[in-house]
Design a binder for this molecule. Structure first.
Ligand SMILES: C[S@@+](CC[C@H](N)C(=O)[O-])C[C@H]1O[C@@H](n2cnc3c(N)ncnc32)[C@H](O)[C@@H]1O
Length: 193
């Protein structure tokens, strides 16, 4: 098992495909309560950074499903899986919530990094595959997305929490480290009770 925290620079990236940043991945995957052997779904895999980190945590006895609707992001996810030599992942090309029906498994945890416009439908569909005690973690930039996500989780009866994460990363200058702020991100998590 490898604990999450691969530096962003180690992933193959494309300018137009946004990535869930390292510190948010660490937090989101920790709040997912992943374990060796777990079944995990990443909705909106983008670069594949969350998918790769989750796959390394769950190991060969576990399984990760990744759903991505855009061709270029789907291909980038595949490239990063190849780069990190990750084999326990099934990448599904399609749009959530419909593509979630292609996941033929019972899940321990889900990360939602894309699909905010249809978050309620996505959560309803995820709920059908999530184990009791399983967790859903979502990140959001917009206040509206965060509110919609937390209220949809509450409607499902989940035990829910929301945090806002503000990270500043040190940049080395000739005089010392200057802290450069990153955009604040909401992280919402819910546990199926
Ligand atoms: C913010 S990026 C996710 C970043 C990703 N977690 C990473 O670390 O690279 C959102 C991604 O979700 C995808 N997406 C958005 N809505 C989606 C949907 N309904 N179904 C599947 N993918 C979706 C987008 O194409 C985009 O690649």
């Amino acid at each position: 098992m490898r604990v999450p925290g691969i530096p962003d620079e180690e992933f193959i990236r494309e300018e137009k495909i946004p990535m869930t940043k390292e510190e948010i991945r660490v937090l989101a995957l920790s709040k997912s309560r992943l374990f060796v052997g777990a079944r995990f779904l990443d909705v909106g895999s983008g670069t594949g950074s969350v998918t790769v980190e989750a796959a390394l945590v769950v190991g060969d006895k576990g399984k990760v499903y990744a759903i991505e609707k855009e061709d270029n992001a789907y291909n980038l996810t595949l490239k990063n899986l190849e780069k990190f030599n990750v084999r326990n992942v099934e990448v599904i090309k399609g749009e959530a919530p419909e593509a979630i029906d292609k996941v033929n498994d019972i899940l321990d945890a889900v990360f939602i990094g894309g699909g905010s416009e249809r978050i309620k439908e996505i959560l309803d569909r995820v709920d059908k595959r999530l184990k009791k005690g399983g967790r859903v973690v979502a990140d959001a930039i917009l206040i509206e997305t965060a509110v919609n996500t937390v209220s949809a989780m509450e409607k499902l009866g989940y035990k829910t929490e929301i945090i806002e994460v503000i990270v500043a990363k040190g940049m080395k200058t000739s005089k010392g480290y200057a802290m450069i702020s990153r955009n604040p991100v909401f992280v919402i998590y819910g546990e199926k009770v």
